[in-house]
Design a binder for this molecule. Structure first.
Ligand code: FAD
Ligand code: NAG
Ligand code: NAG
Length: 271
């Protein structure tokens, strides 16, 4: 070995060079988060524009996609490190596990209609992710049992359309806004025009699929009646991530008194 290679300064320089290099890499390519997503088979996500990752070009689009409270869209409000758009129940459960492992606070978003904006901003100052449920919006209607399973990312409009596509005889008592999400809505009760006859959405819930902090999927039987009760009125984002709801279909009354507003009236409503 040459004299040159025994020089301790040379090794020190190599060491400093390498550590700077890996430092730059980890700052710019978000290795831990991307590794975690890959290892957990999470295929659809977008990273904060701080990242050099290709997905960040879609960040602002998905951040604002269903965000209804524009106060929380301001530059000064905290922004998520990543937005995950799970494509399956497994990806949803894995998103919970991966984010817990990285100590990222999890914010869940369904229809984005939270008045307080709590489906977009964290409770504290910690780094956080938004799990946006929009790709989990399937509705399976079963007329025989007069019920339907609706995935936790569907909107009320998607639920109503799916039921109507099967039968004009059935409906579901829930709110008026078609872009309101089923999960935030059912978690808070759900008041609508069929309420006088059938009660709240929460009164017509048969079962629920809940993902807990360990990534386990639980139904009503596993979680027990206390949690099942709390999920229907206790507010979203508190007891786990709702993967899906099983709802009781109701008979649409023959006569309905409807208040029809034109678009201009609706836009200025309730002023
Ligand atoms: C234009 C408009 C019309 C409305 N009309 C009615 C109405 O007719 N009747 C009525 O009762 N209410 C109505 N609301 C209120 C509405 O029901 C609530 O704001 C509801 O929380 C919105 O649900 P979301 O899924 O759209 O909201 P989001 O903002 O997505 O979520 C609300 C909360 O639920 C949590 N959450 C979302 N998805 C999940 C999930 N899968 N698992 C666990 N937690 C989750 C979020 O983290 C957040 O805390 C209306 C609101 C608006 C803005
Ligand atoms: C992620 O989901 C969104 C919303 O459905 C879709 O537009 C987008 O193409 C998906 N991206 C990937 C990489 O699958
Ligand atoms: C993005 O980078 C800026 C400047 O370094 C920093 O202030 C901000 O917290 C970063 N945001 C996220 C979400 O990483």
């Amino acid at each position: 070995m040459s004299k040159f290679h025994k020089d301790p300064i040379f090794f020190l320089q190599i060491f400093i060079f390498l550590s700077q290099f890996t430092n730059i890499l980890s700052q710019t390519t978000d290795f831990p988060i991307i590794n975690c997503f890959n290892n957990h088979k999470i295929t659809n996500f977008t990273l904060h524009p701080n990242s050099t990752h290709i997905s960040s070009i879609h960040y602002n689009h998905f951040l604002k996609f269903s965000l209804q409270n524009l106060r929380v869209a301001k530059d000064s409000t905290p922004k998520p490190t990543a937005i995950i758009l799970p494509e399956s129940k497994e990806q949803l459960a894995n998103s919970v596990l991966c984010c817990r492992g990285l100590s990222l606070e999890i914010i869940i978003r369904c229809g984005g209609h939270s008045y307080e904006g709590i489906s977009s901003i964290p409770r504290g100052n910690n780094p956080f992710v938004i799990i946006d449920m929009m790709n989990l919006n399937r509705v399976i209607v079963d007329l025989e049992s007069e019920s339907a399973w609706v995935e936790g990312g569907a909107t009320l409009g998607e639920l109503y359309s799916a039921i109507a596509a099967h039968s004009s005889y059935y409906g579901f008592p829930a709110g008026l806004g078609p872009t309101v999400g089923v999960s935030g809505h059912f978690s808070g009760g759900g008041i609508g025009v069929l309420g006088r006859k059938y009660g709240l959405s929460a009164d017509n819930m048969l079962d629920v699929g809940l993902i807990d902090a360990e990534g386990r999927v639980m139904g009503r039987a596993e979680m027990g009646e206390e949690i099942f009760w709390a999920l229907r009125g206790g507010g979203g984002g508190n007891f786990g991530v709702v993967y899906g709801w099983k709802v009781q279909l109701v008979h649409v009354p023959k006569g309905l008194l409807a208040l029809v507003l034109n678009k201009a009236q609706f836009m200025s409503w309730p002023n």
